[in-house]
Design a protein around this ligand. Structure first.
Ligand SMILES: Nc1ncnc2c1ncn2[C@@H]1O[C@H](COP(=O)(O)OP(=O)(O)O)[C@@H](O)[C@H]1O
Ligand SMILES: [Mg+2]
Length: 259
């Protein structure tokens, strides 16, 4: 099992969008995928299941060592894609009712993901490298860093990568997949300059070759609660996420056995 955290310094850069659509791409390729929402604001759940506000989820597991993993898993229409919403998390927020540290609970959680036979666990996260996101990163295998292609946003990226590099002291197996440029508008000078500027600034292996363009279909998809790939006219975006999946598979040295 390979766990991939989608993490960024700031909110609104496309983490949730990337998590959902990347999970969908892995699932379409035949991997057995679990999409987990580790953002207490719970946006994966909100966009994929309407009733998720009432469902138990990740934070209920973190906050209560008696919470059973299997009760949290929500199936989707695809048999290779399941999800765990953020949940209620009262135990977690109150910080009471359990002895183990949060980091240990996250380790147990990923152990359960592995033992249930999932191949890939995509974890959406809250912005920043502290709190629960830090605990998740300390146990994960890989991290992908979406970044909006706009001049001001790009500046915080080296610091974020520095933070991730320092975090590797606590998790030597953590693979930094790199920055994924999102909401790229190549036809807009400022956006293209920001994207190219980042590629010049960072070593090539720290920026994903694939870029996600800005497209109104993403907004449509999140309001309908579906991955963008199921909408009419999304063939190009479906390709983007397929190519991104291939790029990640190649970086991680994993490949799907032909079925
Ligand atoms: N490539 C994109 N093109 C257009 N809109 C996007 C794109 N990616 C995300 N969005 C929209 O931008 C907003 C923020 O994206 P989201 O994935 O929720 O970011 P985060 O999880 O980092 O806060 C959402 O309304 C989403 O629909
Ligand atoms: Mg989000």
């Amino acid at each position: 099992m390979t766990s991939i955290v989608v993490s960024s310094q700031k909110g609104g850069v496309g983490k949730t969008t990337v998590s959902i659509n990347l999970a969908f791409a892995f699932a379409r390729a035949g991997w057995n995928v679990l999409l987990v929402d580790s953002d207490p604001q719970g946006s994966v759940g909100l966009s994929l299941t309407r009733q998720s506000r009432k469902l138990l989820g990740f934070f209920d597991y973190i906050g209560d060592e008696k919470q059973r993993f299997d009760k949290l898993v929500v199936p989707t229409r695809m048999n290779t894609l399941s999800m765990i919403p953020a949940g209620q998390g009262e135990g977690y927020e109150l910080g009471g009712g359990y002895d183990e540290s949060v980091a240990d609970r996250v380790k147990n959680f990923l152990g359960d993901v592995e033992s249930r036979g999932y191949d890939i666990c995509i974890m959406d996260s809250a912005a920043g490298l502290f709190g629960i996101t830090r605990d998740v990163l300390v146990s994960a295998d890989a991290v992908l860093v979406p970044q909006q292609a706009e001049p001001l946003g790009i500046r915080s990226v080296p610091k974020m990568l520095q933070g991730l590099t320092e975090l590797r002291a606590n998790n030597t197996k953590l693979s930094i997949l790199g920055v994924l440029l999102t909401m790229v508008q190549r036809e807009l000078e400022e956006s293209a300059e920001a994207a190219d500027g980042l590629r010049e600034l960072l070593p090539a292996q720290l920026v994903m070759k694939q870029e996600v363009t800005r497209d109104g279909l993403f907004l449509k998809a999140s309001s309908k609660g579906v991955p963008v790939g199921v909408l009419q006219g999304s063939a190009r975006l479906l390709n983007t996420f397929d190519d991104l999946r291939l790029e990640i598979e190649s970086k991680l040295g994993i490949s799907q056995k032909l079925k």
